[in-house]
Write a protein that binds this ligand. Sequence first.
Ligand SMILES: NC(=O)c1ccc[n+]([C@@H]2O[C@H](COP(=O)([O-])OP(=O)(O)OC[C@H]3O[C@@H](n4cnc5c(N)ncnc54)[C@H](OP(=O)(O)O)[C@@H]3O)[C@@H](O)[C@H]2O)c1
Length: 354
Amino acid sequence: MTDVVDPSSFAPRLTTTDLAGTVPDLLAAPPVRWGVLGAGDIAASFSAGVRERTASSVVAVGSRDLARAEAFTRAHAPGARTHGSYADLVADDEVDVVYVATPHSHHLEHALLAIRAGKHVLVEKPLTRSAREAAVVVEAARAAGVFCMEAMWTRFLPHVAALRSVIARGEIGEVVTVAADFDVLFAYDPEHRLFAPELAGGALLDLGVYPVAFAHDLLGAPSSITAAGTRAATGVDDHVAMILRYDSGAHAVLRTSSRSPGAAAATITGTRGRIEIPRQFLTPTGFRVVRADGSTAAFESPAGEGKAYEAAEVARRVAAGHVQSPRMTWQDTLEVMAILDEARRQVGVVYPGE
Ligand SMILES: NC(=O)c1ccc[n+]([C@@H]2O[C@H](COP(=O)([O-])OP(=O)(O)OC[C@H]3O[C@@H](n4cnc5c(N)ncnc54)[C@H](OP(=O)(O)O)[C@@H]3O)[C@@H](O)[C@H]2O)c1
């Protein structure tokens, strides 16, 4: 993959040359040896992304149950070593980076397990249940001198690199509004991670983290947050709207829900135009630029498993000896978590043991 930008997808004012360098070459990232902690659904797609699109490999898989690690390895990481406990996985000398793919409730414990074993770590989103817990992980990574990042994969996708370049070049003027939603219809099941308080369920942490992190990427930390929402029978939030206000006068209008099917659309409105993402803004997708003079341009992401982009970023940073990525810093995570904390407080959701 040397050129992931399709020249034919651009109108005259938005050219491949203009975007050259904004979309990194996946295979140019150096190889690292991944250890997968938790053999669940997202670990499978992450492993596919690493295997199919990067120079790195999943060399070990750890599960609470050795048979599950073996089944996962056969299906998604052929040739990887298997471990019947997370402790054995993080002690594996041939693992460079641990990918924590367990429920939110366990990210703190499992990230600390890996960090204290001296491993670099990529932790599924959200980094932890709260900003307070996130700070504990950050301090542990800082003290150990290891790389640590929340797996906010959207930030590393080609269309996000491309739209940030469009904005940086002033194509839509000053950004004044970011609107984004992520609604997914889940059948109500009190034991599913979306609804179980003991797994830190709820739409906000599971789904809402995406529109919040997207707005934060473009506008930074807000000056105030207003949230309204409803709770499922288990007590976790299932339908939330948020307005974030910024000192500049900009605002973000964000929604998330686990009880309605949405398009996951996003619109970034500026003083001279807008960028429309009609569907799945958080995954590899396309967007349209509509300028105030009526002219338009379009971008479409290349096909393929999008988790590969965050994996390649981790590989680049680890090889360079960095402990953070500039595209998803510790401060970014702490600020996103603080927004989620405040929205959750206003909706009245408290997790067991918080
Ligand atoms: N980036 C994305 O697009 C995306 C999409 C979906 C989910 N996620 C995130 O990925 C994480 C995992 O989600 P998932 O959909 O992969 O969940 P999942 O299929 O339920 O897998 C989670 C895994 O965590 C391990 N685990 C450890 N303690 C557990 C416990 N008490 N209960 C249940 N599982 C436990 C299990 O692995 P073992 O049994 O092998 O130990 C389980 O297979 C969450 O943070 C979620 O927000 C990210």
